[in-house]
Each structure stands twice: as C-alpha cells, then as structure tokens.
Design a protein around this ligand. Sequence first.
Ligand SMILES: [Fe+2]
Ligand SMILES: [Fe+2]
Length: 432
Amino acid sequence: MFYDIFTRPLSRRCFLAGGAKGLAAACLGAVFGPITKALAASSPDVRFVRQIVATDNRTARTIMWQSAHEQRSAAVEWRRPRAKEIQSVAATSAPFSDDGHASFQHTACLTGLPAAERLEYRIVERRKIATDWYPLTLDNGQTCQMIIMPDSQSTDGYVTWRRVAWGAAIRNPRADLWVNLGDLVDNGEDFQQWDDWFTALDGIAEHLAFVPVLGNHETYDRNWTIRWPQAFLGYFSGVPGNGDSAFPGTYFSFDYGPVHFIVLNTQWEEFDSLRPGLFAEQRAWLRRDAAASQKPWKIVLMHKDIIEADLPPQNELSDTGRRLMPLFDELPIDAVLTGHNHTYRRRAPLKNFRRDPKGILYICTGVAGDCRYYDIPRSVYDEILAPQPETDNYLTLDATEETLTFRCFLASGILIDEFTLRRAASPPPAAS
Ligand SMILES: [Fe+2]
Ligand SMILES: [Fe+2]
C-alpha cells in the first residue's frame, strides 16, 4: 500500500508514475479548481444527478441521482421548455452501501418522449420541487457530437479531472453526450474517490447523457485485490440491458445519430477469478448485436488497449488486441476507442493485425486525470502521438451519415490531432 501526501491510498502504478510531477499537477489543478456549481442540484439530499444513455435516445433517457435518505415518492418531471403541461415518471429507489457508506440510488427511465425534441426535466420528492429544470436533448437521428474522456483516475481529489472535464464541456456546448473510457476512479471501492469524481461533474452530468465504460481500476478493493465492481454497477445501474444475467451492466449498446455504439467489458481476466465466462458470453452477444444494427457506423468503446504498455513485453499486441481485433474485422467495426495506457495514440488503419487502408481506426484516447505514465514506447502501429511527456487530453467526435471526425485536444483546448473517416461510396448498380 502506498500513500500520497494527502494520505489517500495510491495504486502502485500511480505511485510510481506520479511523484513530483503529480504534485505539480495537483497544485496547477488547485488554481483552476474552484469552478462554479451554480447549476448543481438545489435540494441538499439530491446529489449527483446524472443522465444515462438509453438504448434508443430519440425517445428515451435514464435519469439517476443519489440521496442520503430514502425517497419513496420521488419522480422525474419533464416538459417542453417552459411549457405548462408537465409529465411525471416515478423513480425507483435502491439502497446502496459500499466502503462503509450507505446511500440510496434513484433511477427514472423516461420512455415514449417526443422524438428528437429538446426537453427539460427536474426531480420532485413528495410533490416538492427538489432541483432546477435541466435541459434534456434527444437524439435527432442524423448527427451526433460526443465528448470523449480518457482515464480520469486521480490522486489529487479529482481536481485535475474537474479541470479537464469542465474545459471540454465549456468548449463543446452543443455536445449530445459524453463517455469516460474506464478507470473513472483509481480505486473502485474508495467512497471518497467516487464522491470527488461525481462532485467534479456537478453542472455537467445533469446536462449531458453519459456513457460509463468499466475499467480494471473499478474492480479493485481497498487492498488492491480484485473484487466485483459493485460501486460502478450501483452508480450506473441505469445503462441499457444486455440480456446477460451473469454480467448485467458491464457491456451494452445504444444508438445515437448515425452511430451504433458498442460498449465492451475488457476485464475478463479480472472477472474470471470471480465469475468465469465473460469473454465467451460477450463475444456471442457482440456478434448478435452488431448484426442487428442497420446504422451507417459502428463504434466500439472499451477500456483496455490493443497494445500492451503495462507489463512486459511492452509495445506488442495485448491479450485484448489478439482476442478482439479478429472479431472487429469480422463484423466489421469502423472505429475502436480505448483507454488504459494513459497516452494518446492514433494508429494506422488495421486489418488482420496489419496496416491496411481499408482497416479499422484504432485510437488509444489518452489520460484525463493526474495518473500519468511516462516513457511508453511507440508501437509499430502508432501514427500520431500526443506531445511527450504526456499531459492531459480529451477528444470530440462529430458524426454524420457520411463522416466520422475525431479531434484530440490538450486540456488547454489546443488541437493536437484531427482525422476524418468517410463512408466508402456505394458501388454502382449492376447493368441489367
Ligand atoms: Fe487507467
Ligand atoms: Fe486501466
């Protein structure tokens, strides 16, 4: 066990990588830290209000929040902006306890919403208004703008994470949704880290549909041994279902604009010691799910990268890459976004494990917390790297039926990479 100067336990990896640079980042973060929370929930017992993506975001959205006390009659109200007519949807209330802290997690599934409209919602409890009205933007079915956040695990009270997340949100006011690609927190059992992570997002999470991706750090207990990721699954229990009773909430898919997004759980190594069978179950589901989608684009969001940058041998394909890349070729998938390695790398298009202009776009998305890894070698697949040594970054995706444009920015907002995938022209009809 390692401890930093704030006496928070550190993972071995973060301890080794952080050092003086981590302290400098924490000090810098403190300067930018006090960001307004004017839009935070207005009831003291409604915390961490968050939108979660639904399967079909044209007509549905899931709202979750946390309270210290049970709220049996809680509901979510929605309306067209400033309209007098208000609809109400009852919420479920589930007791949740972890790391010695008890709370209630509330979930309201809003379905049958007027397609593609801009709405507002608020939370009520015992017919008393508990929050302000928050915007709820539904999928227009044509376009999609996503903010993509890499690993946010931190050791500085999530000050760095708050600075990166808010910078991205402020610079992208028209974003439809956002994703965090796993390792949201450094220790998945640490109550304080989850509290800090959510607190940093007061004013963002209420406004944008969130896509949670499970990382390996969500499976660590306070002794840094593997455990079931019950905190992650409790906080994000409202994700779309996958029909898998053994691994619910750990992988799923949804549509937004012209894209079918597939969220995978790459933690089969961790899960196999607790509940075997994840890889086979997920592979069968992935084939069914991808085949059923008619969307123009398919994008995979997953935590572990296709390159091994953690343990020797470095710079070679990881178990994740060796197992999943042939599947992605088979389906096929258009783009794969990963995390885990804490470095931004856009790879050459790959097919059959080789560079191929018609191959799949793979992007390792970088780092958005203060756990920075240094001296990760360049793999034979890497085309574009973030400036070294690595700092923080985020990405955006702008999707239309014809194009997918990925942009990578440093935390300061400086653009460091841009790449557009264009849909291949359809072959001309055969002469009759
Ligand atoms: Fe990580
Ligand atoms: Fe990781």
